[in-house]
Design a protein around this ligand. Sequence first.
Ligand SMILES: [Zn+2]
Ligand SMILES: [Zn+2]
Length: 344
Amino acid sequence: MPGLMRSAILVEPGRIELREVPAPQAPPGGIVVRVRAALTDGTDLKAYRRGHPQMPMPTPFGHEFSGDVAAAGAGLSRFSVGDAVMCVHSAPCGACYWCGRGQEELCESVMSTKILGAYAEYIEVPAHIVEQNCYRKPPDLSYVAAAFLEPLSCVVHSIEYAGFAEGSTVAVMGDGGFGILHAALLQHDGFRAVLFGRREERLALARSLGVGDVVDARSQDPSATIRALTQGRGADGLIECTGRQEVWEQAPHLVRRGGIVSFFGGLPAEARVAFSAARLHYDEVRLTSPFHFTPRAVRRAYELLAQHRLNPLPLVTQTVPLAQVAAVFERLDGGEGVKFAIEP
Ligand SMILES: [Zn+2]
Ligand SMILES: [Zn+2]
């Protein structure tokens, strides 16, 4: 391990600097990963644009990554130096009230013990993550594809949590990376996904991933389109992936009586939304709001990637070196691309 490494630091909203910082040391039971691929994510973009309550600046950032074990801490037997690994950036404590009830995504310490800093040459992965949420990367899976473990875990948890019945028609609102990943996984799992978006290149991308019903919401009204596809009933389920208030408020009106609405895309902390109470009550519309993921979801995401059952690579707009992190976020801020892969 070298003494210093290069790391992209989010100094303040809108300003990223590449700095030389001390390289991490492997903690007991943990590892240091030489990052081979790190992906940009909507959370990173949000932090870049307006700051983030969980990311006091200046801060290293980036949390979707894969790489090689560069150092192993005392007492570690699962991995050795040189192993190619794919990890997520958090893991539950296993001891709190929520962990005891199988709701590890709500673990009291899952957020406070997460790691950031994948836009760097090395990242330290502590023991609790290594034990629960790190996997060996298969040789025939690329580092970039392996870095999708974290976003795909979110999507696996989201779909599982919504509890759609077999064969459901599920509308997905939003053609960002998460909307497209949801539609692709729904389709893979035997649901009928109907993806609504507003950008031609992203809709084409969804089609290339096998999503059958892809709708341009600029020219086709979502409500009329969904009704036309469901004999006038409305969708069995809906997943909100735009993070826009008007779409949240419209969502309960796009599902059928007894339908399920899942709010995946978050709104700003101060947002308040309004629905028709009668619609929820008399039509038994169920609202759910998944957060984060469980180790079980990470395992399934790993299997989907390792067995090549879902190819996420079309979602990568471009692969760039670490020196271009700042340029990449300028481009994302300007609306360009879906996800970029950084190769430090
Ligand atoms: Zn816990
Ligand atoms: Zn992510």
